[in-house]
Design a protein around this ligand. Structure first.
Ligand code: BES
Ligand code: MN
Ligand code: ZN
Length: 497
């Protein structure tokens, strides 16, 4: 999709389609008023007759309106004017985009970004609109033999209007940011939606090499199992032992900032399929464990967006990729392994594999002397019990970092919520036979998982994001969400400015 920014009145737009908003209680937006006045009160009349209620998400097509230069007008219901917030803007945008895409109009000029949203400026509304537009039109059909397009003449270009010419430049920058974030989310969704037989650790390593071809600035390094053995990554290797697919530790290094500036490091859990291993999972919905590389997918997404925008920051994306399978060679409950840090771990449950691949990755990134490390992982079912599918969990050893991520989540409408990483929880990991166990029992399962990781993140500022509930949707709309790419990008954009 192409996006452009413009400033002009709606009745003068020579376009296939003009999109304007109306509210409940017969209240017209500024743009709707302009169309209404030009067309001798057409919109007002429809509202009085009851054809147009202004309910949030309602759409009505109007053709051949007198004294307008466009082919058609799409009127979009925006709900109660006083309640118009970022969620309402999203709903109205999605409804509009779907309607236009199905209409035959290949381009449209939208005035929805002019509607007042509390606490939001034009730039923010434009960025969000671009993201929501791409999200609404996203489809994963690479593996369908017949690709039936949703629309015969799909929407190709959207022009977003800003109230004054002074806002054009800022608006264009916001659109660029929105497009990069949307491209990052698409990368994350595409990777996560791929099935486990295609998206293996090797596939992820190849994906990193493909990214390097697109973005010349990127340096890519892939460690093989033999390399990891030399480094003493006994925990990571214990996970891939039962699989025919070799583990890969993938590094994507982007230096757009000051040569001496310490990098931000993102570490993604890349379990390309999680059967649970010998502690095998029950069969129901096990297919969804192909999404267990959602953290890794978000790292690919963020690196994509950062490269597209050529942000002036240094960032290293690390993906710990492995497949967790039961096998004669697989790790067994009770096995004890030595991590790269030297600490030993008793594997009481082979299904708590995410922390095993992450702990060695966390040790290995010490060499970058990071400004901050954030790991992103579909780590615990307990996180879904705690926060559902609304918020990602954040825990960390440095409260400014945690707070920055929480703020970024708010800004991006990609919410996160902090869970306590108190020492009181650490004892749940006590083991009679090794330095620690890899599970801490049922109580506070997401926190004890983070406690485990914290023991490998002592040398830098670190935060952990558990995205088990937010990385994908189940049911009819099953599929990856692209979260938390928007949160991470908000955080990085703020750091870059
Ligand atoms: N990948 C799962 C976590 C998960 C489960 C994410 C369901 C999304 C939906 C993780 O590897 C896992 O199996 N965790 C175990 C940990 C337990 C054994 C301590 C879990 O949550 O049950
Ligand atoms: Mn597991
Ligand atoms: Zn897992």
């Amino acid at each position: 999709m192409e996006f452009a920014i413009k400033s002009g009145t709606p009745e003068k737009q020579r376009s296939a389609c003009v999109i304007v908003g109306v509210f409940q209680s017969k209240r017209l937006s500024t743009a709707a008023k302009a169309i209404d006045q030009a067309s001798e009160g057409m919109i007002g009349a429809l509202m009085r007759r009851g054809d147009l209620t202004g309910d949030l998400g309602q759409t009505l097509w109007l053709y051949n309106l007198p004294n307008t230069l466009c082919d058609r007008v799409l009127v979009v219901g925006c709900g109660r004017e006083r309640e118009f917030d970022e969620k309402a803007l999203q709903k109205a945008t999605v409804a509009a985009v779907r309607a236009v895409n199905a209409s035959g109009a290949t381009e449209a000029v939208s005035y929805l970004t002019e509607l007042a949203v509390k606490g939001a400026d034009s730039a923010w509304k434009i960025r969000q609109t671009v993201i929501h537009t791409e999200d609404a039109l996203y489809r994963f059909d690479q593996l369908k033999s017949e690709k039936k397009p949703e629309a015969k003449r799909p929407l190709k270009k959207i022009v977003l209007n800003v109230p004054t010419r002074r806002e054009l430049m800022k608006g264009e920058q916001a659109a660029r940011e929105g497009m990069a974030i949307a491209a990052g989310m698409k990368r994350a969704k595409d990777l996560a939606n791929l099935p486990g037989n295609i998206c293996t650790p090797t596939y992820l390593a190849e994906e990193a090499q493909r990214l390097k071809k697109t973005f010349r600035k990127l340096k890519v390094e892939v460690l093989e199992e033999t390399d990891m053995e030399k480094l003493g990554m006994g925990a990571l290797l214990s996970v891939s032992k039962g699989s025919e697919q070799p583990a890969k530790l993938i590094t994507m290094d982007y230096r757009g900032g000051d040569k001496n500036a310490r990098p931000v490091v993102l570490v993604g859990k890349g379990i390309t399929f999680d059967t649970g291993g010998i502690s095998i999972k029950p069969g129901a919905a096990m297919d969804e464990m192909k999404f267990d590389m959602g953290g890794a997918a978000s790292v690919f997404g963020v690196i994509t967006a950062v490269c597209e925008l050529q942000l002036p920051i240094n960032i290293v994306g690390v993906v710990a990729a492995a497949e967790n399978m039961p096998d004669g060679r697989a790790s067994k409950p009770g096995d004890i392994v030595t991590t790269m840090s030297g600490q030993t771990v008793e594997i009481l449950n082979t299904d708590a594999e995410g922390r095993l691949v992450l702990c060695d990755a966390l040790t290995s990134v010490e060499k970058y002397h990071p400004a901050a490390v954030v790991d992103i992982a579909t780590l615990t079912g307990a996180c879904i019990i705690a926060l559902g599918h609304v918020a990602s969990a954040v825990l960390g050893n440095h409260s400014p970092l945690v707070n920055d991520l929480l703020t970024a989540g708010k800004d991006a409408v990609d919410p996160a919520w902090e869970l306590p990483l108190w020492d009181d929880y650490q004892e749940q990991l006590d083991s009679n036979f090794a330095d620690m166990a890899n599970i801490g029992g049922r109580p506070a399962g997401s926190i004890t998982a983070a406690c485990f990781l914290s023991r490998f993140a002592k040398k830098y500022h670190w935060a952990h994001m558990d995205i088990a509930g937010t990385a994908w949707k189940s049911g009819k709309d099953k599929g990856a969400t692209g979260r938390p790419v928007p949160l991470l990008m908000s955080w990085l954009l703020k750091r870059a400015h």
